[in-house]
Design a protein around this ligand. Structure first.
Ligand code: CTP
Length: 437
């Protein structure tokens, strides 16, 4: 069971921390809560005690109280910490190592990874002091979740809204798995969700994809150190915090948005269930039932985004093959047809791996081998996918370097190690080797 230490700071968004506890419990985490003195003015500690099933630690200072000892115990107990909501004040103290209450002392005392979910007024968030404190935390590998933009309690609209509790819980869980920081320096492009192809102003062709797998991949990539760009169709799950997100509706829009990132991306994972066909004509007005017994729908091919990205040789490219029969054979055909490095196959006719499920059971289909993974929750699957991608990318780079050495005797003096280390868990540099397919 994962031990989560949640630190609750004083802010109106504190009530959402209750929901975050609930989400973490749903993920089978054991949650213990420390509240800053200010946070108790917004929520009663008893609410957290009831939801977490543990006493809540609250104290004015770290001076000689029994609670003062428990912050060290809790800091050691935690597999992961999350600060929800994180105020500008606590962020500043954490950045500068100030330990003037039990919450800030626990943050200093823990060696567990930390997830910080800020919530504050827009101007406070945008203030150079807060931004430089956030930069300090980022450089220390603290995972920053949110804030979102929206209407704030102070009456203005802008950045500073607490991220969705589900996103915070899922990021905390993803971080708790303590993955390697093996995507530092990588620009990961992820397509997710379904597309909608309009028939008329009120109808569309779409599919049952929710986008959950793609969102789990976004979180996994970010906690492993990548910059992540999400191209999202209309998702029916919580949008994850990412470095940039393009909201698109149809295959053509997804294609256009994707092409804008091709020059910067080093890894692409296409999880989106993109329409294969789009209506040849979109009616300007609602199609009427009238007296016809049937309606002829004329469809044309939608752009194949995965195939296009692969043809551009911009980086490592992985696709998904959601199948209902002959899963591996179809995935192998798609791998060859689309020219990507890896096809991740799953059988969507099974409940454990169908659209909308919180679990998945995938097989990794490479040009020379197939590897099967057990069924696991989406967070574990997402990390396993990146472990496979990093290892394969590294092997490809080493193989390309070896070929280059063999082709050019002068290059053979270059040490093999410079071709990149073939170990997952090692940060990979963006080099020309990365474009080898
Ligand atoms: N894909 C894409 N653009 C499309 C269709 C699919 O980028 N227009 C990508 C998906 O994101 C996925 C992979 O291709 O990564 C496989 O998608 P899938 O729908 O399973 O395959 P198709 O090529 O569409 O073939 P089919 O529908 O016949 O199975």
């Amino acid at each position: 069971m994962i031990h989560v230490l949640m630190i609750v700071c004083g802010g109106i968004a504190g009530y959402k921390a209750l929901e975050t506890v609930r989400m973490l419990k749903k993920l089978a985490c054991d949650v213990r809560v420390i509240m800053t003195p200010a946070s108790t003015e917004f929520i009663a500690p008893k609410s957290f005690a009831v939801l977490s099933g543990h006493d809540v630690v609250v104290s004015e200072s770290t001076s000689c109280t029994t609670a003062a000892i428990s912050h060290i115990e809790l800091a050691g107990w935690a597999d992961v910490c999350c600060v929800v909501p994180a105020t500008a004040n606590t962020i500043a103290k954490y950045a500068y190592g100030i330990a003037d209450n039990i919450a800030t002392s626990a943050l200093l005392a823990t060696t567990a990874p930390v997830c910080v979910a800020p919530a504050m007024n827009t101007h406070m968030w945008q203030h150079p002091a807060t931004q430089s404190n956030i930069d300090i935390l980022r450089k220390r590998d603290v995972c920053i979740v949110g804030p979102d933009a929206g209407e704030l309690a102070c009456g203005i609209s802008g950045a500073g809204k607490l991220a969705d509790p589900e996103d915070i819980a899922l990021y905390t869980y993803s971080l708790a798995l303590r993955p390697a920081r093996d995507l530092v320096g990588e620009d990961v492009l992820i397509t997710a969700g379904p597309t909608r192809e309009a028939l008329d102003p009120v109808r569309c062709l779409t599919n049952y994809s929710t986008g959950k797998m793609g969102c789990a991949l976004v979180r996994a990539a970010r906690v492993r150190g990548a910059r992540v760009h999400l191209i999202a169709g209309p998702l029916s799950c919580v949008y994850p915090t990412c470095d940039s997100c393009d909201h698109v509706i149809c295959a053509q829009e997804m294609y256009e948005a994707t092409t804008r990132y091709l020059s910067s991306m080093t890894i692409a994972v296409c999880t989106a269930a993109v329409a294969d066909w789009q209506p040849a004509n979109v009616e300007a007005q609602k199609i009427k039932k009238d007296k016809r017994a049937y309606y002829d729908l004329s469809l044309i091919k939608a752009p194949d985004i995965l195939q296009y990205i692969s043809s551009q040789h911009c980086g490592y490219v992985a696709g998904f093959a959601a199948e209902t029969t002959d899963v591996i054979a179809y995935a192998q055909q798609k791998l060859a047809r689309k020219g990507c490095n890896l096809m991740i196959a799953n059988d969507v006719s099974h409940a454990e791996s169908t659209f909308g499920s919180d679990t998945n059971k995938v097989s990794y289909v490479f040009a020379d081998r197939v590897e099967h993974a057990p069924c696991a929750d989406l967070t574990h699957v997402a990390h396993d996918i990146f472990t496979h991608i990093v290892a394969d990318k590294s092997q490809n780079a080493a193989a390309a370097a070896a070929r280059a050495c063999a082709a050019s005797p002068a290059a053979s003096v270059v040490p093999v190690a410079s071709a990149s280390v073939a170990q997952p868990g090692t940060p990979l540099e963006k080099t020309s080797h990365d474009t080898i397919h």
